[in-house]
Write a protein that binds this ligand. Structure first.
Ligand SMILES: *[C@@H]1O[C@H](CO)[C@@H](O)[C@H](O)[C@H]1NC(C)=O
Ligand SMILES: *[C@@H]1O[C@H](CO)[C@@H](O)[C@H](O)[C@H]1NC(C)=O
Ligand SMILES: *[C@@H]1O[C@H](CO)[C@@H](O)[C@H](O)[C@H]1NC(C)=O
Ligand SMILES: *[C@@H]1O[C@H](CO)[C@@H](O)[C@H](O)[C@H]1NC(C)=O
Ligand SMILES: *[C@@H]1O[C@H](CO)[C@@H](O)[C@H](O)[C@H]1NC(C)=O
Ligand SMILES: *[C@@H]1O[C@H](CO)[C@@H](O)[C@H](O)[C@H]1NC(C)=O
Ligand SMILES: *[C@@H]1O[C@H](CO)[C@@H](O)[C@H](O)[C@H]1NC(C)=O
Ligand SMILES: [Cu+2]
Length: 565
């Protein structure tokens, strides 16, 4: 289980004078359902080799990661996405069912093989239906080769994956969301820190919830006084935006989605689903006691109790609860500090990659909800997204034009007249699986324009994640984007390169990226339930540059292996 072979291959590097080595990081995973009591409440969770979160993939820049994945879910397909890994030259291993591959059927083994070409903190997670919500996820740490160092120093590092946790099964959730009698999933029951939480079992009848189950205990991070720690923090929540803090310790933000950040100090880190950060903490507080590690829901009127962990200063002592009342976290509805923190994330001096000064194309994506013949959907510029059952990568490459809607999705909604502060006037959007074709190597601007949902005075926060690329975050604003004035305020000097970014209620966020990665790429809200309800688009670029597709990604819809041999 989880064993790792290091097959070393040598190649001559032009940059470092001697020989550099790139290794193959081999993992053999079995994915299956198991009963777990992660927050004391027993429910089925999806595990990798018995664990959730799954094993952390540790690699060095330019290593090849190989994951041999066996689907032992018995009655469910699976696919795993390598979040933040660009898959240059291997778009078929992006792991997005319906976009880049057919899902892996029960009993089958699928081999993912890709190069991790940039150092940083990344993640992996299921990308099939609502499967991620069941615990199929983990972290990827890509370090620099020996002899090369980060522009900051630390003594130790630790990965912390933050999620929210529901007691209801995803089958019930999916059915409720997809019914004429719409049933919303509500707020999560718990927040887990590195897979651990503490639900208050005394609110439930005895039986399934058992606070003395040894599996259920708070996450503990043990520190040595005086040392500096790099925390690689990732969020894969299904719904919640979070605030993360460690009582009595400031966090120095140094990395975001794999890019070096001009360091800044915060008391609490706001983190949206799909984002990763590295923060430095110094164990410089009184070592005679322990401190709370806290995650808190923000952006929604929370009912979920804070997730609690323990920073343990006494390596030889039991991890006792701190003597204090845990910090309550920031107010859920105060957007200002969240926006301010997003805006303070800039590329680190000496590590700046400047964006092109102009883009070739601008696509405005209006974020709202629609009511399609009684079905509640999220929509993007008046389209609720659906996935075809023949993956796009195969359909586009093989010119199977009949398997998805042809033509262009909207480049804009009616941005002149649309009232973003009111529920949609005509809420009957269309469903479609059309895709955006981007000219290879062109520079594309995306404006995420947030608007009112179907309910009065309501606009939600959405973290958007782009597969296959990083984008520059050009700017954030409030209200309606002004296509003539706002681009003048773009940050052309030191914008950060990220793969996930949030758009705040009634606000906009502008992104720029170069369409230079041949393949078909998902761009979607990283809230699982929003994506499930249509909050997504797909980009295609340079597919003619790709060689033969591997047959292992085929075998569903009209993607038949037999057609190609
Ligand atoms: C757990 O719930 C019970 C019953 O509602 C309540 O009395 C108790 O204070 C709760 N405990 C905590 C730690 O919140
Ligand atoms: C709770 O778990 C403990 C330890 O596993 C066990 O001894 C106890 O019987 C369980 N209680 C219930 C109500 O299941
Ligand atoms: C955290 O930073 C604030 C603002 O810079 C400072 O006032 C405070 O003393 C710092 N706290 C600790 C524990 O270092
Ligand atoms: C948040 O929820 C609480 C409890 O349901 C409610 O009393 C309060 O009015 C809500 N706040 C807002 C701003 O909607
Ligand atoms: C959606 O539309 C149906 C009519 O087709 C209506 O009965 C229902 O109330 C609407 N729901 C919402 C949330 O607007
Ligand atoms: C959205 O689509 C519906 C149905 O096709 C149409 O009636 C409506 O005008 C469209 N709204 C906008 C803002 O484009
Ligand atoms: C929505 O906000 C406006 C302006 O703040 C207010 O006048 C109105 O009463 C609010 N409506 C609801 C349903 O809360
Ligand atoms: Cu969303």
């Amino acid at each position: 289980m989880g064993h790792e072979l290091k097959l070393v291959t040598l190649f001559l590097s032009l940059l470092s004078v001697p020989l550099a080595e790139a290794a193959i990081r081999y993992h053999k995973w079995e994915v299956k359902y198991e009963y777990k009591s992660l927050d004391c409440y027993q429910k089925l969770a999806i595990t990798i080799n018995g664990q959730t979160p799954g094993p952390t993939i540790v690699a060095e820049k330019d290593d090849t990661v190989v994951v041999e994945l066996k689907n032992s879910l018995l009655t469910e397909n699976v696919a795993i996405h390598w979040h933040g890994i660009h898959q240059k030259g291997t778009p078929w291993f992006d792991g997005t069912a319906g976009v880049t591959q057919c899902p892996i059927v029960p009993g089958d083994t699928f081999v993912y093989k890709f190069v991790v070409d940039r150092p940083g903190t990344y993640m992996y997670h299921a990308h099939y239906g609502l499967q991620r919500t069941n615990g199929l996820y983990g972290m990827i740490q890509v370090s620099l080769p020996p002899g090369v160092s980060e522009p900051y120093t630390y003594d130790h590092e630790e990965s912390i994956l933050l999620v929210d946790w529901y007691h209801q099964s995803t089958y019930e959730q999916a059915t409720g969301l997809n019914s004429l009698n719409f049933v919303w999933v509500g707020e999560p029951q718990s927040l887990l820190i590195q897979g651990k939480g503490m639900f208050n079992c005394s609110t439930l009848a005895a039986g399934l919830c058992n606070a003395t189950n040894p599996e259920c205990s708070p996450y503990v991070m043990t520190v040595v006084p005086g040392k500096t720690y790099r925390l690689r923090i990732g969020s894969l929540t299904s719904l919640s935006a979070l605030s993360f803090e460690i009582e009595g310790h400031n966090l120095t933000v140094v990395e975001a989605d794999g890019s070096n950040v001009e360091p800044f100090v915060v008391k609490n880190l706001f983190i949206y689903s799909g984002e990763t950060y590295s923060v430095l903490i110094k164990a410089d507080q009184a070592p005679t006691r322990n401190y709370w590690i806290v995650s808190t829901v923000v952006g929604r009127n929370r009912t979920t109790p804070n997730g609690l962990g323990i920073l343990n200063y006494s390596p030889n002592n039991p991890s006792t609860s701190p003597p204090t009342v845990p910090p309550v976290g920031p107010a859920w509805n105060d957007v200002e500090p969240r926006l301010a923190q997003s805006q303070s994330i800039k590329a680190r001096k000496d590590y700046i990659t400047r964006p092109p000064k102009k883009s070739d194309r601008t696509i405005i994506l209006l974020n709202t909800q629609n009511n399609i013949s009684g079905y509640i959907r999220w929509s993007v510029s008046n389209v609720s997204y659906t996935l075809p059952n023949t993956p796009y990568l195969i359909a586009v490459k093989d010119k199977l034009h009949h398997v998805f809607n042809q033509g262009h999705p909207p480049n804009d909604y009616d941005s002149q007249h649309y009232d973003i502060f009111s529920p949609p006037e005509n809420p009957s959007a269309t469903t479609s699986n059309k895709i955006y074709k981007l000219r290879f190597n062109s520079v594309v601007d995306i404006i995420l324009q947030n608007a009112n949902t179907l309910s009065k005075n309501t606009s939600e926060t959405h973290p958007w994640h782009l597969h296959g690329h990083n984008f520059w975050v050009m700017g954030y604003g409030k209200g309606k984007f002004d296509i003539h004035e706002d681009p003048k305020k773009y940050n052309l000097v030191d914008p950060i390169l990220k793969n996930t970014v949030s758009v705040q209620p009634y606000g906009w966020t502008a992104l720029r990226f170069r369409a230079d990665n041949p393949g078909v790429w998902f761009f979607h809200c990283h809230i699982d339930y929003h994506m499930f309800l249509g909050m997504a688009v797909v980009f295609e670029e340079g597919i003619e540059k790709l060689g033969t597709l591997p047959t292992s990604i085929m075998g569903c819809g009209k993607a038949k292996v037999s057609d190609r041999t």
